[in-house]
Design a protein around this ligand. Structure first.
Ligand SMILES: [Zn+2]
Ligand SMILES: [Zn+2]
Length: 92
């Protein structure tokens, strides 16, 4: 795991996982068919990271279905406000 902002600036840093969140939408697996049920979980898992240079970013991803391509997309990376500009109580 590397920091996308440090990558862009050719810096090195260590990235820490700060937080994980998951939406809470109910879902159920489809009826078992040939080879078992599909798992099309609509919930998004968000992992929030911070690097040792104070950059903050998050990744949004889904749980991958073992039976088809659902949820196999690359995680979406979003750059967040860096630590030195972050104010307590800011909503992200
Ligand atoms: Zn960084
Ligand atoms: Zn599927």
């Amino acid at each position: 795991m590397t920091c996308p902002e440090c990558d862009a600036r050719n810096k090195t840093s260590i990235v820490y996982l700060r937080n994980t969140k998951r939406t809470d939408l109910g879902f159920s697996a489809s009826k078992p068919g040939t080879g078992g049920p599909h798992l099309h979980d609509p919930n998004m898992l968000t992992e929030q990271y911070e690097c040792t240079n104070g950059h903050r970013f998050k990744k949004d991803m889904r749980t991958a279905c073992p039976k088809c391509t659902y949820g196999h997309e690359e995680p979406v990376v979003t750059i967040l406000t860096p630590r030195h500009k972050y104010k307590p109580g800011m909503v992200e």
